[in-house]
Design a protein around this ligand. Sequence first.
Ligand code: FRU
Length: 473
Amino acid sequence: MLYQEKHRPQLHFTPKENWINDPNGLVYYEGEYHLFYQRNPHANDHADMHWGHATSTDLYHWEEHGIALAPDELGAIFSGSAVVDKNNTSGLFENGSGGLVAIFTHDGKSQQQSIAYSEDKGRTWTKYEGNPVIPNTKIKDFRDPKVSWHEESKQWVMVLACGDHIQFYGSPNLIDWTYLSSFGKEYPSHIGVWECPDLLYLPVENSSKKEWVLIVSINDDGPNGGSAVYYFTGSFDGKEFHPNEQPEDALKWADTGKDFYAAVSWDNTEDTYWIGWMNNWQYAGAVPVSPWRSAMSLARKMTLYEKDGNLFLKQEPIIDDNNKEAVTYRNIGIQTETAESYEISDTGQVDLQISEASDSTKWGVNFVTDQDEVFCLEVDKEDTYTFYRTEGFIDFSEDFPKEIKGSLHGLGIQELKVIIDRSSVEIFINNGLSTSTNLIYPKGTVRRLEIFTVNKALQIDNITWTNLNSIWK
Ligand code: FRU
């Protein structure tokens, strides 16, 4: 049966076979969320990049389609975005009611930006005959255009990754682009290359405010090594981005796990949702799975949260609300010598509400397999948590086994949600104020949840285990 191999995710999108990386062309159009992605249709490694395609009506169940964009004389098809050209600003649509336009990087002798359009809901695409629309400017890394409509300045705005900085471009029609400004050279974290940017306008919780957020993926300087995503908050005036954070401030990571990369948002939605590639360039080509390689994260709803004048990203995973079985245990007291144990499966969600009456400052949860492998999440209430990915299949890369640290942003911990799938653990703390996404490759099958305290009594208000439905309808 399809999608039943060991380690095959049941709650996360994977292609039936062969390689994928970054999500591309995320756009909502006529009832469908489109997920295009970097794709090698012929083999299980990163080569010969195309755009693959899947669609969903709920951001959880996915259906895979055929190839959307294939390489041509200008090169391979690298990452990019898609928009709905409702008013036919491009003039590319003969039907008068517009359609989808994809904006992507051609990776050939150099990197250049090109476009293509679709009149049949993204199933087939025609490349614009005047490509590239932004020829290369001698910058080696010049890629991953993310485009959206900026209402105040009444233009399409593109954010583009240029090695160690971001460039902004504006256009009335998606074809003629004007350089607007650059951002970021003076900011730290330039050991790796900047990739896959995004520009978002997000609501701040418990207020009527909205703020701009500039997303940057960086390959090879992440908080736990390798690829990771960080962000700046600030303002955007249609020409320049003005950050709140100064170059000497600590970087704000969108997810401190090892496996959340190249994340970008859906265009043309009311609320903002994004999805990341659940892998890390340190070992992406070596993860021990086949005939497919790589999964997407869960889609997540994004908002901002303000604390002492500082803005943080908040992410809530999108799961299937129908037809799920949940079991709740209430008022549980755990002592140092008595861990509590619960039967679970390897495809579901654990929710814990921690009581304010808890004395424990160090406690944790273990996910235990039927072969007694343990994947432990330990929380130090003072300010950190650590996910131990040191068991299971780990030998394929020395960068894989790791104690993966995250921060609680000085907020303690009131709430913990963990979504476990056959080869991943996604951690959401305090309703998604801190997240950590990590692959795991157990030899056995996760069957048990243990909750323990290292010091003093831990009081839990309730624990809920929810078996989640497979995303494959
Ligand atoms: C990020 C990335 C992009 C590029 C694509 C190539 O993971 O390196 O910058 O467009 O992957 O597949």
